[in-house]
Design a protein around this ligand. Sequence first.
Ligand code: ADP
Length: 450
Amino acid sequence: MFEKVLIANRGEIALRILRACREIGVATVAVHSTADAEAMHVRLADESVCIGPPPAAESYLNIPRLMAACEITGADAVHPGYGFLSENARFAEILETHDITFIGPTSEHIRIMGDKIEAKATAKRLGIPVVPGSDGAVTNEKQAAAVAKEMGYPVLIKAAAGGGGRGMKVAHRPEDLDIALKTARAEAKAAFGDDSVYIEKYLAKPRHIEVQVFGDGKGNAIHLGERDCSLQRRHQKVWEEAPSPGLNVEERKRIGAVVADAMRKLKYRGAGTVEFLYEDGQFFFIEMNTRLQVEHPVTEMITGLDLVIEQIRIAAGASLSLKQEDVTFAGHAIECRINAEHPRTFRPSPGMITYWHPPGGLGVRVDSGAYQGYRIPPNYDSLIGKLIVHGKNRNEALMRLRRCLSEFVIDGIDTTIPLFKDLVKESDIANGAYDIHWLENYLKASEQKP
Ligand code: ADP
């Protein structure tokens, strides 16, 4: 096992990783920018290193500074969390050449899955069903028009280097194609420095279903069921649950088996998530994330497994802690992402939390680094915490969620809690009857109400 893990992240996920390390007796190093000197993960870590000024490029994304922090503290492994350098193949490679373990997959697998065109081709080769679309990148308007015509409109232009819903444009009719192509390219170039794009059939009413997998890097792999992340705004997840209210037992088993089998063939190592759109009984691969996901707690709540400890164990060379037949699912879990944003305009709301009272009780989990008197810096993502509830079944989870939302008090800043309070009153939510467009339509409709 490792002696000391450096946590190359901030916020709730840094704290989440720290907790896992502490439980298994591994020392922790927190790194932080000057904006995060007062953060909870810094306070709780065994050691901490300031790695630079607030801009992420000069701190959390700065590889030389992170390497220096490893060197100074003698860390023998790095957990990258999600975001920042978690899917940076170069970072994984550099750590490896310095004999520091990257807690994640091989740099080769990160690279393959980081290019969505290559990821799709790989998925196809491994027997995973993919969204119909262009074979590889589209390079000019003529080719795009031909592909779109053959597939039928609407189509979606997506960035090969995509992430966070950026560089994605819909063309509903042939007339829209040129402009969609141009704007997707420009957005991709600005966000990722790479303007390669590809085309996919735009699905009308799919659910976003993702399968959690773990591999040992030696050809063994298991799946831990699915999460439903269909409630999205601007292609970003807002609410996640497990299991999906839209799948039956047979479909769950089928897609889980397909994914685990593909990961065995790939000899995948560590935690991964294979994302699908699901429509009319069919699954279509969209991408694979080669890291821990924000929404991993809902899987932990229904399986009873600690996914971060499992990641650390595997990175240290251990085999998977259980076999597929030993994985069991109990009850239902729901996660709400609490963002420091206005609940309707989604305008970021950094600043001081003057009062903080999280809910508690049976089946309740709050993952957050926030506390009373904590000042949310304006420099980063607005996620300040996650409220996760677990119940015997979906109904109980929803009842518990309603109760928790009424208890949760955060003063001094705007948060998305009022949005969730409204959502749990909706009959479609109660019935689990929603697709990836439901939330956007709901927000639009409530905007128009006087
Ligand atoms: P990113 O890496 O930017 O998050 P994804 O490929 O994971 O992009 O897609 C994000 C979201 O965009 C999906 O969850 C879904 O809501 C929507 N989306 C992606 N591909 C399609 C498609 N072919 N049809 C309809 N919606 C899509």
